[in-house]
Ligand binder design. Structure first.
Ligand SMILES: Cc1ncc(COP(=O)(O)O)c(C=O)c1O
Length: 154
């Protein structure tokens, strides 16, 4: 087996988990509020909401946009499967967008070319943490909502 990545975990992380366990509050505790505040600040966003997984975050974002049956959502062809799974869970159709062979991210031109009259949203992904060209993608897609999946970028 060749691992995709090896997490770097030490005493600091072990202590942090033990500290949370010792509070007896395993959901929505003080650590979660601190994490959300730190993430909001670090990413210069107005809101940050912690959920249980990246897949859950994608499903919630799609639900918030009202994505459902008959809708198409653009998603890069080269990535982890859960963005496409989240689209299917909403009953919508994932439309795969080619990626650039050097950057590994879907390009603005490819997103623009994949858009049809049924497209209701796009998911742009920072593949393996390499930033997608979000301003160019947003410009190419105009008023189409773009979900930024930064699961591997944070
Ligand atoms: C681009 C991308 N989006 C979403 C996810 C899903 O995250 P999770 O495993 O926390 O559901 C991953 C997981 O690797 C991912 O790489």
């Amino acid at each position: 087996m060749i691992p995709l990545a090896r997490p770097t975990l030490g005493q600091e992380e072990t202590d942090a988990v033990a500290e949370v366990l010792s509070t007896g509050m395993l959901v929505q505790g003080e650590r979660v509020a601190r994490f959300e505040a730190g993430l909001r600040e670090r990413t210069c966003r107005v809101h940050a909401v912690a959920v249980s997984s990246g897949t859950a975050a994608l499903e919630l974002a799609l639900e918030a946009l009202g994505i459902g049956a008959g809708d198409e959502v653009l998603v890069p062809a080269f990535t982890w499967p859960s963005p496409a799974h989240a689209i299917r869970r909403r009953g919508a159709t994932p439309v795969l967008v080619d990626v650039d062979p050097d950057e590994w991210n879907a390009t603005a031109a490819a997103f623009g070319a994949a858009r049809t009259g049924m497209t209701r949203a796009a998911i742009a992904i920072d593949q393996f943490g390499a930033p997608a060209r979000h301003p160019e993608i947003a410009e190419a897609l105009g008023d189409l909502p773009v979900i930024e999946d930064a699961a591997c970028a944070i």
